[in-house]
Design a binder for this molecule. Structure first.
Ligand code: HEC
Length: 421
């Protein structure tokens, strides 16, 4: 009898008669992949947490999921087994939503809801340290405000960060968050920039430098999107934070959905005194670009900048703490362009002439930058090369010729590689 009951809905679906229902088929997908953001007070512009609310959005859900815009995840299939914690819907799950809408969006039995899909991120194993913005800040530029806040690293001994989570002060306006590590001599600069600005924090866009030309290497620590649980670095890795470091919290506030409100976001960290594998973000980019040779002419819609090289000589110059003389392992990638970016790719070309795609972003969206953890770590051996490609669209009637730079009207093309030795 039990088996019969379990098989029945599948059998009926196969015959094509009853459409999927909200409580039995659609709700588990939405609760597992959408409601974390599309809830009251969440970052999503409308709620998807009840039958009535979901029904009003039916056709929009179909378009958004079929075209892969939601849930926000820019990467498509790679040649290294995909990604860890990929929240993308499977074709079958997308089809359930489509068939439900085509079938008239029946409610089903509210008393017997199917449990939600498991969350893709496990969250932090434990929270050892919480660092909060020193004071609340209300966005001043509309609709987007990019603001950097200085978080003093309090640990007095070298400590590894093994995972990070964000706790938005006001999830209606917190759109995305990036964390940068500034250590050594340079750690003193962000507090100075903060002090120069009368309001809390200081204005910044592409990185933690604000409106200043880049002066020293930036170390990305991680990125976080509201709605997602925090995550640990893959395979037990940890990023070493020396005592005396400054952590810069870069906030992107969006006041499109809500009037500007005060926010005081905090970041949670899992820490460890030692780790089995030390990891660090190493930026793969072309130095000529940074020196002004990444021109993006006005009125051009397909401007391609491509770079192929052994990135290791540059890692040292960019302040990498890892010894990569015998090669290195790529654990995760965070791709970075600004708002003219349209597509991006990263490949490894092995010495034996085989090549593999590590990351592909077919529709870049500046608003949804995140860390893509590789399901299979990729080993870079001496003799191999990495290739990356950024495609920009600068065809708006108001466009101006632009180049590499920190500001919102300038561009970047960087593949930040979370690496281990
Ligand atoms: C990480 C947070 C987050 C998650 C998870 C998420 N959304 Fe969204 N969604 C947003 C935000 C923010 C917007 C506002 C527009 C934008 O930034 O794209 C949005 C916009 C939308 C829109 C209108 C715009 C469009 O691109 O279609 C639809 C429909 C939508 N979401 C459906 C969904 C569905 C269905 C899911 C789950 C399968 C989902 N969302 C998961 C945050 C999220």
């Amino acid at each position: 009898m039990r088996t019969f009951l379990l098989l029945l809905p599948v059998a009926l679906l196969a015959c094509g008669t009853p459409a999927p229902t909200y409580h039995q088929d659609v709700r588990p997908i939405l609760e597992g992949r959408c409601v974390n953001c599309h809830t009251a007070g969440g970052v999503g512009p409308f709620v998807l947490d009840s039958y009535a609310a979901t029904k009003t959005m039916g056709p929009a859900l179909v378009d958004s999921t079929q075209k892969g815009r939601m849930p926000p995840w820019l990467a498509t299939a790679n040649d290294v087994g995909g990604y860890l914690r990929d929240p993308s819907l499977t074709p079958a799950q997308k089809d359930v939503i489509k068939k439900w809408v085509e079938g008239g969006m029946p409610e089903g039995d509210a008393k017997k809801p199917t449990p939600p899909l498991a969350d893709v991120a496990a969250g932090l194993p434990q929270v050892d340290l919480t660092l909060k913005m020193p004071e609340p800040y209300t966005p001043q530029t509309l609709p987007d405000d990019y603001r950097c806040f200085v978080l003093r690293w309090p640990m007095t001994t070298p400590t590894y960060v093994t995972g990070v989570n964000g706790v938005p002060g006001n999830s209606k306006i917190v759109h995305h968050v990036a964390l940068y590590l500034i250590d050594g001599e340079a750690a003193k600069y962000p507090p100075m920039w903060d002090a120069e600005d009368a309001t809390p924090g200081y204005q910044c866009f592409g990185g933690p430098f604000g409106t200043r030309p880049q002066q020293f290497p930036v170390k990305l620590l991680t990125a976080w999107l509201p709605g997602y649980q925090g995550q640990t670095f893959p395979r037990g890795g940890g990023v070493l934070i020396p005592p005396g470091s400054t952590v810069v919290l870069q906030m992107h506030y969006s006041s499109l959905e809500a009037a500007p409100l005060a926010d005081q976001t905090a970041m949670e960290f899992s820490l460890a005194p030692t780790v089995s594998r030390r990891v660090a973000y190493q930026p793969f980019l072309k130095f000529d670009w940074v020196a002004g040779q990444m021109e993006i002419p006005a009125n051009a819609s397909e401007v391609v900048h491509e770079h192929r090289a052994d990135p290791r000589p540059n890692f040292g110059l960019l302040g990498s703490p890892l010894d990569t003389t015998k090669g290195f392992t790529i654990e995760a990638i965070m791709f970075h362009m600004h708002t003219l970016g349209r597509r991006g790719e990263v490949w490894i070309h092995k010495a034996d002439k085989t090549k593999k795609k590590i990351l592909e972003i077919p529709r870049w969206d500046f608003h949804w930058q995140q860390e893509y953890q590789l399901a299979e770590a990729v080993r870079f051996e001496p003799g191999d090369e990495l290739r990356m490609k950024c495609v920009f669209d600068n065809s708006k009637p108001t466009s101006k010729t632009t180049n590499w730079g920190e500001n919102s009207e300038e561009e970047m093309c960087v593949a930040n590689l979370l690496s281990s030795e």
